[in-house]
Structure formats: structure tokens, C-alpha cells
Design a protein around this ligand. Structure first.
Ligand SMILES: Nc1ncnc2c1ncn2[C@@H]1O[C@H](COP(=O)(O)OP(=O)(O)OP(=O)(O)O)[C@@H](O)[C@H]1O
Length: 264
């Protein structure tokens, strides 16, 4: 099966003699999970960042990953994106993945539409999908614009369109709104929610923002000392999450786990 081959090819460096454990299907493995990571260990020299880290994600589940600066959040996201070698443990991810980083990473010498289709086979169908993705992020009129003419929020919307057009089963978001001003960030939260509801990929959102995590995710994780120290479901109904008493209770729990004391 093509997907199994692709998954094995991408993840071979992770397997270290455990290749028999790789087993993926179109919507996940036989266990119905979209992501399985077990006993992941990643070190940079002597510095062990992830140590016996395990996580399972259901298809279409939205998980937010919090942790102190340097705790290893981006490192784990890069493991799921198969961007780094030298990782020990077992990881299974879907073949169709897309990543959005804090910076939009657009190629300045390519127009917006070309940035969205980058790396995809050319042709009318791809272009149509890209135009549709740009429409979904509210940038229909910018297909022929140059990246340097976009605001930070617009550029990040192009990055989201570039991810969407790949129809990912797993969307990896590494602090995608971290560089945006507060108002743009609020708009982007709404946009991400809409896109998520329409496409339903599994999402791993790495963020520093506790409110953002509670607002968007089905489950919030805290990473500390190389593994998950807290995993809490967000059982607060949309769309009035922020006003719910459960919101502030969960916020306090997470801040406490992160060792943060708020100003009175
Ligand atoms: N390529 C690398 N070489 C050496 N050390 C690295 C490398 N990448 C990350 N690290 C180290 O691994 C640790 C975890 O980094 P990572 O970027 O995953 O943390 P993070 O939780 O995402 O941090 P932040 O919230 O500040 O972005 C840090 O101590 C970092 O210095």
C-alpha cells in the first residue's frame, strides 16, 4: 500500500530495528488512531530533550501542546513532521501532513498562488485547489500578489492556504500566531476554527498561549522534563468557551502546571 511505503520511508530513521511496528492506513492505523508516538527519545548531544515521550491522537482531534520555553515542543512537532533524524522510539503519522511555522516562510520571488502550490504537481486542478484555499482564508484577491506586499496576518493566511491545499490528515502548527498582533491573532483563531471544522484534520498546535490552547483544542497537554506531565480534555462547549467558568478553572490548572503565577 502506497501509504505504508511512504510512511516507512519517512520514518525509517526512527525505527532503529523496530520497523515491523510501522503500520498505517488511509485514515490511520488498524487501531483507528491518526498519530501514535511511543517511547520517543531525542537528544542533542548530551542534552536529552524528549525522553520516553508518548502520545496518541484520534483522527480529527485538536490537541494543543504547552510547555516552558525550551521544553521540547517544537522538537516533538518536528519529530511528527519527520523533519529531524536521529530519533529513537516508535512513531506513526499519516502520509498527508502539513506544517505551519511562526514565520510564513513564503518564497519572496514567487507570487502568492505559486507559493501555495509549491512542491505540488502543476496543472489546472492544482491551481483551482489553490485558488479555493486562498478563498477559504479570505485572500481571493491576492493570488497574483507578491509576498512582500502582504501584512503579517495575510502572509500567515497564505501559509495556512498552502497547508490546506495538501488536504492534510495531520496539521502541525508551531506557534502559528506567535508573531501576530493581538487583534490579528483573534481573527486568526476564528479562521482556524472555521477551517478545522470544514476539513477536520488531526491538529497538533504548539503554543505559549494558554488561552489560545483552551479556546481551540479538544485536549491540552503540558510537556515538561521530556514527557507529558498533564493531559486534560477541554469539555467546554463552543462557542462560548471563554466566558465559561470551566475556562478559568482550566486556565489556573495549566498555569500552575507550567509554574506560572499571574499578577493580581
Ligand atoms: N538543532 C539543535 N541543536 C541543539 N540543540 C537544540 C536544537 N534544536 C533544539 N535544541 C534544544 O532543544 C531544547 C528544546 O528546544 P525546542 O525548540 O523544542 O523547545 P520549545 O519548547 O519549542 O521552546 P520555545 O517555546 O522557546 O520555542 C532547547 O534546549 C534547545 O536549545
Amino acid at each position: 500500500m502506497a501509504l505504508e511505503h511512504e510512511t516507512q520511508r519517512v520514518l525509517r530513521p526512527l525505527e532503529r530495528g523496530r520497523a515491523g511496528q510501522v503500520d498505517a492506513g488511509a485514515a490511520g492505523g488498524h487501531d483507528g488512531l491518526a498519530v501514535v508516538a511511543r517511547g520517543v527519545r531525542k537528544a542533542f548531544g548530551e542534552h536529552v530533550v524528549l525522553d520516553d515521550f508518548s502520545l496518541e491522537m484520534a483522527p480529527g482531534e485538536f490537541v494543543a501542546l504547552l510547555g516552558r520555553s525550551g521544553s521540547g515542543k517544537s522538537t516533538f512537532l518536528r519529530v511528527l513532521g519527520a523533519l529531524d533524524g536521529d530519533v529513537e522510539g516508535y512513531v506513526r503519522v499519516p502520509q498527508r501532513r502539513a506544517i505551519v511555522f511562526q514565520e510564513p516562510r513564503l518564497q519572496p520571488w514567487q507570487k502568492v498562488l505559486r507559493n501555495v502550490t509549491l512542491g505540488l504537481p502543476g496543472g489546472r486542478a492544482t491551481e483551482q485547489s489553490a485558488l479555493q484555499a486562498l478563498a477559504e482564508v479570505g485572500l481571493s484577491g491576492h493570488a497574483q500578489a507578491w509576498p512582500r506586499t502582504l501584512s503579517g496576518g495575510e502572509a500567515q493566511r497564505v501559509a495556512l492556504a498552502r497547508a490546506l491545499v495538501r488536504e492534510p490528515q495531520l496539521l502541525l502548527l508551531d506557534e502559528p500566531f506567535g508573531a501576530l498582533d493581538a487583534l490579528t491573532k483573534i481573527r486568526m483563531h476564528g479562521l482556524l476554527q472555521d477551517l478545522y471544522r470544514r476539513h477536520r484534520p488531526a491538529v497538533l498546535l504548539v503554543t505559549h498561549d494558554v488561552d489560545e490552547a483552551i479556546l481551540l483544542a479538544d485536549r491540552v497537554l503540558v510537556l515538561s522534563a521530556g514527557r507529558i506531565s498533564l493531559s486534560v480534555p477541554v469539555d467546554i462547549p463552543h462557542p462560548r468557551r471563554r466566558g465559561d467558568a470551566g475556562f478559568s478553572a482550566l486556565r489556573s490548572l495549566l498555569l500552575n502546571e507550567l509554574g506560572v503565577r499571574e499578577a493580581a
